[in-house]
Design a protein around this ligand. Structure first.
Ligand SMILES: [Zn+2]
Length: 189
């Protein structure tokens, strides 16, 4: 499947999910089939939020989504390595960066008082969301979308492998927002 066909499949799955008409998959059969190896169609970088579950949202089977989940869908070198594995080793032609409405991580960053230190290691996450929050004057909804563009820039500036594949049009990067309120996925670019 090429990038266009993959996006069509994902968006059709999303509309089934929205309508409450998700497919009934035979997990026992597919689990056995996948023992031999995985061939996911898409790499998805999304938020750790328990309400955002890509397989359900896109109504796909086991083995179809290679995913990386971090609070605020931000990346560090470990997350980047995982994305490179999905794209370069497992050959998914699409990388989707999927944010969502009501994102707690982005909200926390927007609402933090200037200079306020985050608890424990959460500061590492806040630091990565901060540029989007600053650019959008701490408006939560606008920052959620801006953060997707910042994460894409961060990926392309820090991964030579992904940058090259993107430039050579071997990799399509899709920015999308999941609407918790309706179940819809809105593609931003
Ligand atoms: Zn979130």
């Amino acid at each position: 499947m090429n990038a266009e066909e993959i996006m069509k499949r994902l968006m059709e799955g999303n509309s089934r999910f929205v309508r409450g008409e998700s497919k009934k998959y035979d997990f026992v059969a597919i689990r056995k089939e996948l023992v031999a190896g995985q061939h996911p169609i898409v790499t998805v970088l999304t938020c750790s939020d328990s309400r955002v579950a890509p397989e359900y949202i896109f109504d796909v089977n086991l083995g179809e989504i290679f995913k990386i989940e971090t609070a605020g869908n931000v990346v560090d070198s470990v997350a980047l390595g995982s994305i490179e594995y999905g794209v370069d080793h497992l050959h998914t032609p699409v990388l989707m960066i999927l944010g969502h409405t009501q994102c707690g991580a982005v909200t926390a960053c927007c609402k933090a008082a200037p200079g306020e230190a985050a608890h424990g290691n959460l500061g590492e996450i806040m630091k990565r969301i901060e540029p989007a929050a600053v650019k959008k004057k701490r408006d939560v909804n606008a920052s959620i979308e801006e953060n997707l563009f910042c994460v894409k820039d961060c990926i392309l500036s820090n991964s030579g492998i992904l940058k090259k594949m993107h430039e050579e049009k071997k990799l399509k990067i899709i920015l999308a927002k999941y609407l918790l309120e309706t179940g819809e996925v809105k593609v931003l670019g």
